[in-house]
Ligand binder design. Sequence first.
Ligand code: NAI
Length: 359
Amino acid sequence: MTSIEAAVERWDGRMTIVERDPGSGTWMVVAVHSTALGPAAGGLRMAVYPSPGDAVTDAHRLSAAMTRKFAVCGVPMGGGKAVLAVPSLPTGAARVALLHRFGDLLASLGGLFGCATDMNTTSDDMDVIAERTEFVYSRTTGHGGSGSTAPATAQGVHHAVRATLAHLTGSPDPAGRRVAVQGVGAVGGKLAVHLAADGAEVVVADADRARAEAVATAVKGRAVDPDRIVEEPCDVLAPCGPGGVIGPSTIPRLRCRAVVGAANNQLASEEDAERLRAAGILWAPDYVVNSGGVLYGAGLEMLGWTEDVLAERLAGIGDTLLEIYERADAAGVSTLEVAEQLWRERLAAAGERGRAGTG
Ligand code: NAI
């Protein structure tokens, strides 16, 4: 267990706001990592944590990841994240009351941070928060929001797979290539459909076996045991389920040429980027690959993009990856190292004066 003081002391971000909601016993946390590029935005996660300090630590980690994601995909927003550390996931009137209290907290911050959906929060929840503040995104389309980000995220991953194939083989065309998709939920399921439409051979796995079978049938592919998907011989392994799936125990089992997927925090630790490089496997940094979700939400709701601009920016995910691959090859370093350089360069170019990991 971590104390709140220890979590705040070791963080390199700008600001941590903690408020307790006595009625529900919830710790409400807003972590603003950086405002160098613009006002901070990020998801609102609701979860049970061992201690309030662990909730703050999680908010810090997720907030820093948002700084990277916005910077690397060229969106003028700062990294932020909010956490509601609940004793148990609330429903009904208790949930509405908590979301209203959180909405009041956001309103009091006056736009420093705006929230969107994340684990255990939905667009319906965002509609409830919007009853108290304007600083909330990913509401339902019926309430003026843009709805689910998953289709755009899947399109971004599709561009990422094509760019990776171009780098590896000289052609972006997935036709005749084999792609293994781990987790075929909202994003992975759509990715499987895009790749099958390109003529790729698609192998899928999901903890929900019925879901895997349904997607396999739809894409005329094959479903395999979720414990075995990482061992599937393929050109690209696409992790689109849980995080932490690439680590010392899985890397020796991989039989792919590249790992390109939507899952957040795919690597068990940063050292795994170098382990993958040493194994001759190309890794597409996850926060670049899955940035389609923020391009969609921020672009359409905050930045006034048209669908055409959004489509161009989603395609740009592939261009960013190609730049990362070329720089990594030239310098003989991991793709993670180059992605980290890239977001820092973009923050520096924007005249970052504060901390946010740049100093
Ligand atoms: P989802 O919840 O719709 O789908 C995840 C799927 O993974 C589910 O079908 C689940 O049964 C399956 N799964 C869970 N554990 C598994 C395991 N051990 N092996 C195989 N399958 C397993 O989630 P969604 O929205 O498709 O997101 C997928 C990943 O992409 C997550 O890591 C998420 O954080 C990340 N992501 C999603 C974005 C979005 O716009 N939805 C944006 C950026 C990242």
